[in-house]
Ligand binder design. Structure first.
Ligand code: NAD
Length: 493
């Protein structure tokens, strides 16, 4: 395996100042696949200063959108040229099945293309005239890049989550320092290579690998950073918000969730079972928007559980590189411990385990887990309330629409929600009544670069993707001119 122990700062590969590394571990067999550079405050300082210099004095923010779009398209091409290698690297680093990894990498390239188009389009409308209520003035609003962005990302969709920040930020004219999760750093370092090949000016994209407290904290606290863009857990998001409050930094947060799926008894049963499974077993349930709380209308409840167990039993669990595998290992030992502990605690607190929740037979090495199906889960059980971030679903029955919506909304989170019914008017009504940023009707999870992504309540602040994701990296400036020869005449008559 190639070496991943350097950091990408100011267009160059450099060793971490303290020379430290940490291991990248393949979750399918617990072997070390690479040593990764561990950045500390000095490295982060160098990366932020490079981004600051590139923003304050470099060509990047001064280019037209069309020029920047050219670079983004070259990055997209660079990603597409090595989709298979990048996908295989993601499988080894994260454990996800190969077809899912291929999908992620193709979406990563698509994200750069999408923001290339938006950057180009921004040239067509560089300013907006504002109608004023007073004569003698003309006013316009222009958009400017926010500045230096500190981007901190999680491990569940490593390269894709990086692209959701890097692509819109640089398209808008910002410069960026990205710190990927220490659990899955490898594809971010490949992205650095691709940016270098695309000829991106030095300092526009800087990538520092390392631990949260040693690399992430100095990055978010750095006084030369203008904006923090974070995806990860609620506790870290809360810490970053306090840090942003200190210096009044712009911040956007994409955090956790405990998203409900409401299944009415008039739905297509087979489709409901398929989307229920996709909503919680795709990417091993390590998905922020996973529909991990399921409400099933009472008439359908027994039949749906029966079909769900039948289909779940058939899922092939194994190394993500093997043909037909739909569920890979959990990402690392810590996550395995966390998920299995949540299962044990849930059982002790009175939830009924209908299926799975143990290590599959014959898979003794690696962080493998049979998906767990809990039924009749009390609403005060942690399995119903807290994000598990694994293939663990909590199900309960309901009788009326009002009850379902009220139970669904009784959560600290508000990232996503889903509803399944043949009655489309009802679906629309439920969609509008659910308190969450993303709602799916008769499906769960499909995500599109064109559509806004983000949560209500503790699930975050701001939106990524689409034009909303682009706006995230822009400031709005008002320019107003006094355009009459008539003296103002307030102090001097
Ligand atoms: P995490 O909060 O533990 O880590 C996320 C990132 O923050 C990592 O890069 C980590 O090194 C860094 N970090 C940790 N401590 C830090 C500190 N003190 N200062 C600065 N940075 C620090 O989260 P995770 O376990 O990597 O990811 C899982 C979480 O992410 C889940 O809660 C999931 O729901 C959420 N997530 C949300 C979305 C979304 O779009 N809303 C998408 C993916 C994941």
């Amino acid at each position: 395996m190639k070496s991943y122990n350097n950091l990408y700062i100011n267009g160059q590969w450099t060793q971490p100042v303290k020379g430290q590394t940490f291991p990248a571990i393949d979750p399918s067999d617990e072997t070390v696949i690479a040593e990764v550079g561990a950045a500390t405050a000095e490295d982060v300082d160098a990366a932020v200063k490079a981004a600051r210099e590139a923003f304050d004095h470099g060509p990047w923010p001064r280019m037209s959108g069309k020029e920047r779009a050219g670079y983004l398209r070259r990055i997209a091409e660079g990603i597409r040229a090595r989709v298979n290698d990048l996908a295989m690297l993601e499988v080894r680093d994260n454990g996800k099945p190969l077809p899912e990894a291929v999908w992620d990498i193709e979406d990563t390239a698509g994200c750069f293309d999408f923001y290339a188009n938006l950057a180009e389009r921004s040239d067509e409308q560089p300013e907006r005239t504002i109608e004023l209520s007073m004569d003698g003035f003309v006013s316009k609003a222009i958009k400017e890049p926010v500045g230096v962005v500190a981007a901190i990302t999680p491990w569940n969709f490593p390269m894709l989550m990086a692209s959701w920040k890097v692509a819109p930020a640089i398209a808008a004219g910002c410069t960026i320092v990205l710190k990927p999760s220490e659990v899955t750093s490898l594809t971010a370092l490949e992205l650095a290579d691709i940016c270098q090949e695309a000829g991106l000016p030095a300092g526009v994209v800087n990538i520092v690998t390392g631990m949260g407290p040693e690399a992430g904290a100095p990055l978010s606290e750095h006084p030369l950073v203008d904006k923090i863009a974070f995806t990860g857990s609620v506790p870290t998001g809360s810490r970053l918000m306090k840090c942003a409050a200190q210096d009044i930094k712009n911040i956007s947060l994409e955090l956790g969730g405990k998203s409900p799926l409401i299944i009415f008894d008039d739905c297509d049963l087979e489709a409901a079972v398929e989307w229920l499974m996709f909503g919680i077993f795709w990417n091993k349930g390590e998905v922020c928007s996973a529909t991990s709380r399921v409400l099933v209308q009472e008439n359908l409840y027994p039949r749906l559980l029966e079909r769900l167990v039948e289909e779940t039993r058939k899922l092939k669990i194994g190394n993500g590189m093997e043909d037909g595998v739909l569920l890979g290992p959990l990402v690392n030992a810590a996550q395995y411990e966390k998920v299995t502990q949540a299962i044990e605690d849930g059982k002790k607190a009175g939830a009924t385990l209908l299926y799975g929740g143990t290590r599959p037979e014959g898979l003794d090495r690696g962080y493998y887990l049979d998906p767990a199906i809990f039924v009749d889960v009390p609403v005060d059980n942690d399995l119903w309330k807290e994000e598990v971030f694994g293939p663990v679903v909590a199900i309960r029955s309901f009788s009326t629409e009002e009850e379902a919506v009220s139970v669904a909304n009784d959560s600290e989170y508000g990232l996503a929600g889903a509803v399944m019914s043949k009655d489309l008017e009802r679906c629309e009504r439920v969609a509008r009544n659910l308190k969450a940023g993303i709602i799916w009707i008769n499906c769960s999870q499909p995500t599109f670069v064109e559509a806004p992504w983000g949560g209500y309540k503790k699930s975050g602040i701001g939106r990524e993707l689409g034009e909303w994701g682009y706006e995230n990296y822009l400031e709005t400036k008002q320019i107003t001119s006094y355009v009459t020869d008539k003296p103002w005449g307030w102090f001097i008559k």
